[in-house]
Design a protein around this ligand. Structure first.
Ligand SMILES: Nc1ncnc2c1ncn2[C@@H]1O[C@H](COP(=O)(O)OP(=O)(O)OP(=O)(O)O)[C@@H](O)[C@H]1O
Ligand SMILES: [Mg+2]
Length: 643
């Protein structure tokens, strides 16, 4: 049974591949082009169409109010091609796509190198790889059979006829035949170009078809054959000088023809290399090895490196000519908490990491990564900034004026260009797991510990290390305890949601009456009452809004919710972030004593045991496992509710 299905699978696959394969002559290919001129797209145009074809939307079309808040004055496009794999770097991606767009229109960009610059682990290689995988998934392209560079078949058309063909086909014909095909045309086909065989070919990185890669080259072996191929020494005796049969056109720029050519850590290479790279984009030709003239290439050159290399390169004035031919796109680290979490979820999904991940684990690790990347601001502390960057609405303690995320961003210089990398965090997650094999679970507590020991062990400037340890041991410790208390409160309070909603409704009724100097109608008795200021204050004081600040806050709340309901949004206790926080804290206070007593108790009476068990059940159904429930509750008992 199994064997049959294996065989079937293989047969079907082969048949499917065969059916896609095409073989014909140039004459037949010309007919195909007449029907579909887009077959002759150049490299940049093909890449641009590939990206666009998956779909594009404006970021403001998102349903997420946080996103709407963050991007309210910007028009930023989001490309589905990148969407499932890249998070929080929409701006970078839109700059990359803009490059492809102008290049596809044969603007200046089509003759420039796309250069991605950013800190380690910011996703540069992954972005290039995504483009390469995209090409591999495309339908095959038509190439001259046997051409080492998978040439566009129209190159076979002689110069003097091209104008006419261009008119008939509605395409632009660019480029000349490579020496290898030129030789074959003469010797095998007696210059009858219309009979030259044409085949289809899929892009493949492994087979070096349409995708070339140039790793940083060994400085002792600076030989341009890596880029442009070489002459096969063993054949030099067989053929006379200048015979193209000795050519091995297998350099990265050759095989990247029609697709992409990637330069890894580009500025580690000698200038000689860079010049070849620049000529390839600027002039769209590269030298053939030996004495074989120049070869036309159509490839999109994508280079990347980190900022230090770039700065060093830029500082050298002799490099000006090269600099002028580079489109720089910065790839900074993501700075949005929700998106950072998605990065680790993605990496974990694609790895062999199969442990349980307790709630808030990736969140806490991500907070650390982002804190390390933020520039300090005089307007607020870093944790507040982190929340604002995540799209939250934050009112500073005791004030009513909301902080503006755009103002904060404008004050920064190179935010996101340094700090902790995604790889560092992934290592910490791995370490936390290897320290907890028996639990097979990572949680905020063991991950924070792992991060602390990694920071202590890593080579870092002293003040940086100190700062990172402060984030971990102080800022995140407090932040996590707050999260944890909220979580335990929720698990303790029967119907938390309803209680929060009812506090919210009450608050609104009374705040509105207070602001409008009217009375509150009791929902049950319909009795008219004075607004209960004591109640309002009991909520507001949770977020340190006291005294005269309260008036402003109440007006703000009413105006905000009024505006959202006019926009047709459903208003709930979660709608206005500062009020949500106040309500949750109020709920926490109301059960704090009982939470503390029951969680900390060494022995519990029957009623307490029931409550405790119900709480544990709630946590389990909220995503905890047996092992991490124990850990976090012990942690809460020791760290929360200090006696
Ligand atoms: N914004 C992001 N969205 C999604 N994944 C990301 C993001 N940033 C980094 N990653 C992930 O982090 C890992 C490291 O990224 P990658 O290797 O592409 O970095 P790099 O910039 O090439 O680093 P280096 O300079 O060290 O070569 C990859 O798994 C990548 O997918
Ligand atoms: Mg890389």
């Amino acid at each position: 049974m199994d064997q049959v299905s294996f065989e079937q699978l293989i047969r079907d696959d082969r048949a499917a591949r065969e059916s896609k394969r095409w073989r014909g002559t140039l004459l037949e290919y010309l007919e195909l082009v007449r029907q579909d001129p887009s077959l002759t797209k150049l490299a940049h145009g093909r890449l641009y169409d590939m990206i666009l074809r998956h779909g594009v939307a404006d970021i403001l079309q998102s349903d997420d109010p946080r996103v709407k808040r963050l991007y309210k004055d910007e028009s930023l496009r989001v490309y589905d091609f990148f969407r499932d794999e890249f998070f929080g770097i929409e701006k970078t991606i839109s700059q990359i796509v803009r490059y492809f767009h102008s290049a596809a229109l044969k603007g200046e960009e089509s003759r420039q190198v796309l250069y991605l610059m950013g800190p380690v682990g910011s996703g540069k290689s992954s972005l290039v790889e995504k483009l390469q995988r995209g090409l591999e998934a495309l339908e095959p392209i038509y190439v001259i059979e046997g051409c080492p560079m998978f040439e566009e078949p129209l190159h076979l058309l002689p110069r003097h006829l091209r104008k006419e063909f261009e008119k008939m086909l509605g395409v632009n014909i660019e480029g000349d035949l490579c020496p290898v095909c030129r030789y074959r045309l003469k010797s095998e086909f007696n210059t009858k170009y219309e009979e030259f065989p044409i085949v289809t070919r899929t892009f493949s990185k492994r087979n070096r078809a349409g995708i070339g890669v140039v790793p940083p080259v060994d400085p002792n072996n600076q030989d341009t054959s890596v880029l442009i191929g070489s002459e096969d020494i063993s054949k030099l005796d067989l053929y006379s000088e200048g015979d193209p049969r000795v050519l091995d056109l297998n350099g990265a720029l050759n095989v990247g023809n029609r697709g992409v050519c990637e330069f890894i850590e580009v500025f580690k290479n000698e200038t000689e290399y860079l010049h070849a790279m620049i000529t390839a984009t600027q002039e769209k030709v590269i030298p053939a090895p030996g004495r074989h003239g120049m070869v036309y290439v159509d490839t999109c050159i994508v280079a990347h490196s980190n900022e230090a290399e770039w700065q060093k390169f830029k500082a050298d004035h002799t490099n000006e000519a090269i600099l002028d031919r580079i489109v720089v796109v910065k790839v900074p680290y993501n700075l949005r908490l929700s998106e950072e979490v998605k990065i680790y979820e993605k990496i974990i999904r694609h790895s062999d990491f199969h442990a349980h991940v307790a709630p808030h684990t990736l969140e806490v690790a991500s907070m650390f990564a982002i804190l390390s990347r933020l520039e300090p601001s005089a307007k607020c502390d870093l944790m507040t900034k982190l929340k604002l960057y995540n799209g939250a609405e934050v009112v500073e303690k005791g004030k009513t004026k909301k902080l503006d995320v755009h103002e904060l961003r404008d004050d920064t210089k190179r935010e996101g260009m340094s700090g902790i990398s995604t790889r560092f965090v992934m290592k910490a997650l791995d370490n936390a797991l290897s320290d907890n094999i028996e639990g097979n679970c990572i949680n905020p507590i063991n991950v924070r510990e792992a991060l602390i020991s990694m920071v202590k062990e890593t080579e870092l400037p002293d003040d940086t290390r100190k700062l990172y340890l402060e984030f971990l041991q102080d800022v995140l410790h407090k932040e996590y305890l707050e999260l944890l208390e909220k979580e335990i409160t929720k698990a303790f309070v029967y119907s938390y949601q309803e209680q929060a909603e009812s506090l919210f409704q009450n608050y609104l009724d009374h705040a509105e009456a207070f602001v409008n100097r009217t009375k509150v109608k009791d929902r049950n008795t319909r009795e008219e009452l004075q607004p209960d200021e004591g109640f309002l204050k009991s909520i507001e004081e949770q977020i340190a809004i006291i005294g005269s600040a309260a008036d402003g806050f109440r007006q703000e709340v009413i105006a905000y919710l009024w505006a959202s309901s006019r926009r047709g949004e459903r208003v709930s206790y979660r709608s206005y972030e500062p009020l949500k926080e106040a309500i949750e804290k109020r709920l926490m206070t109301s059960v704090r004593d009982i939470s503390r007593i029951i969680t900390k108790a060494r022995t519990r009476d029957e009623e307490q045991t029931d409550k405790y068990d119900a709480m544990v059940e709630n946590l389990l159904s909220g995503g905890y496992c047996r092992s991490c429930v124990d850990v976090v509750l012990k942690y809460a008992a020791n760290n929360l509710w200090k006696d």
